[in-house]
Design a protein around this ligand. Structure first.
Ligand code: ADP
Length: 269
């Protein structure tokens, strides 16, 4: 499990995030009212950065858990571990967040095992409690605690969608890739490549995203665009950087790859 507990420092600058709309207001209102929030959208479009930015702005610690198909409720809540011959209880990231009044971000929550959603239910209604069966504790979430989850509705896996009974417990915001102007701004800021050199890459990304659902399962993410621009900024030839950051990550099929390279030539020259 990748897990990170980062402290928002008083007065520290929030990580750069360019809003796509009014999502910062919705997050702030959800936090103020102790309501859980679901972020829907494709991978690499800024959801994690948004949460990091908001946690810092609201001055709350942030616990991020990257969910995967082996992640169980115990991984989130905690377990007894043997330490120096003694059995001691060790809180998981969700329990730590509940105790500290922190923001807990469950990235790609649908990937996690079924028992995880059961644990989330009492935390997502007005009880805001976390029952810990193993210790007999029933923790009330400390003020400031907020549950945020993300999922990617684009994956064509019927087994991996959120059940309506779970979805209906969360406020939801839909994310997509930023529009061309915003994405150019984001990629330029993140990579250091001047905006006029980023703009053709963003145009290319738009074309590649148009192939989603046809030749490609997923379009180019903003994350990959940032990688591409970073390589170019450091002196890599444009075509090489595009191949490494915008073509190879999308497909293993040689025919599709050739088709994409033709598209690169048409858009970039
Ligand atoms: P997700 O969580 O949706 O998979 P991330 O938040 O990790 O995606 O975004 C990937 C990268 O894209 C970030 O590290 C950041 O460099 C960049 N990014 C995307 N959208 C924005 C935005 N609106 N503001 C700032 N950076 C962004």
């Amino acid at each position: 499990m990748t897990m990170e507990g980062s402290r928002a420092l008083e007065g520290a600058q929030a990580p750069f995030y360019l809003p796509q709309g009014d999502e910062c207001d919705v997050f702030t209102a959800a936090h103020a009212n102790g309501l859980p929030l679901l972020l829907k959208g494709p991978t690499g479009c800024g959801k994690t950065r948004f949460v990091a930015h908001m946690a810092s702005r609201l001055n709350r610690p942030l616990y991020t858990v990257a969910c995967h198909d082996d992640l169980s409720a115990a991984d989130l809540i905690g377990r007894y571990l043997l330490k120096g011959g003694e059995t001691v209880w060790v809180d998981g990231p969700l329990t730590r967040a509940v105790r500290a009044g922190a923001i807990c971000y469950l990235d790609e929550v649908v990937e996690a095992r079924k028992d995880v959603t059961v644990v989330l239910h009492p935390l997502t209604d007005d009880r805001r409690i976390l029952p810990i069966d193993r210790t007999g504790e029933e923790l009330e979430a400390a003020p400031g605690f907020m549950l945020v989850a993300s999922y990617n509705p684009g994956y064509q896996n019927i087994m991996k969608t959120l059940k309506p009974s779970t979805r209906q417990r969360f406020l939801s915001i839909e994310f997509d890739f930023p529009n061309a102007e915003q994405e150019t701004q984001v990629v330029a800021a993140e990579s250091g490549l001047p905006a006029e050199r980023v703009a053709p890459l963003v145009r290319l990304a738009g074309k590649l995203r148009g192939l989603r659902g046809q030749d490609l399962e997923e379009g180019v993410s903003t994350r990959l665009l940032v990688y591409c621009a970073t390589l170019i900024c450091q002196g890599m030839p444009v075509e090489r950087a595009i191949l490494a950051a915008m073509i190879e990550p999308l497909t293993d099929d040689e025919d599709v790859k050739r088709g994409l390279l033709d598209l690169v030539t048409a858009v970039i020259g």
